[in-house]
Design a protein around this ligand. Sequence first.
Ligand code: MN
Length: 245
Amino acid sequence: MAPVIGLTCDGDLENRRFFLNRAYVEAVSRAGGIPLILPPGPREAAERYLDIIDGLLLTGGGDIDPVFFGQEPREGLGRVLPERDEFELTLTRRALQLGTPILALCRGMQTLNVAAGGTLYQDIAREVPGSWQHSQRKPRCYPHHTVEILSDTLLATILGPKARVNSMHHQAIREPGEGLRVSALAGDGIIEAVEGTVGSFVLGVQWHPEELFTRCPEQRQIFQHFISAADISTSCRNPGYRGRM
Ligand code: MN
């Protein structure tokens, strides 16, 4: 049976709607997962979602309220949706405790990091002198800059020592949270990927692999590895499950 993958979504308070780019949903489906979109809700909802899902995909979106990593808002901070932050931080902390496989993309990687107690740059251009352009002004489906992948990491086994990636972020990880280590860097020193140091599959990348499949087909492997980890987690959570197929 295919693993169920919970995907967080973005929200728009003024127009009273939740939304998510199809590329995430299609990437999960193509890799063999069943996508399930998770709107923000109270703590009880986060707990129940984690009973249902076999893997958690933290998706992209706006900025994280700096109150969650101990900073005051600075010039350069963008759109913030506190309801989403609160829900996703609760969900992510619980998923880390339970060992639910996690794939965290762009803002999702920042969510993962803050949930683990790490900090962010609120705006790279203002806080990191000499930094590259990380908010690309070309279509999302084109790679924009190179990342160096550290050896002996999960990400290196998936992509090798180097990758070309798209870049739609203006925030980045400043200090990695507990239990996370850096697995890729841009040439300006910006952290482009992190992963869990122990236990189940936990991978965050600062780019959007789901948008790159045509021009960088190797990026599909990120989803394949995540869905495989969720699949193993399914069979562990439901002993005897394979036998019934
Ligand atoms: Mn970047």
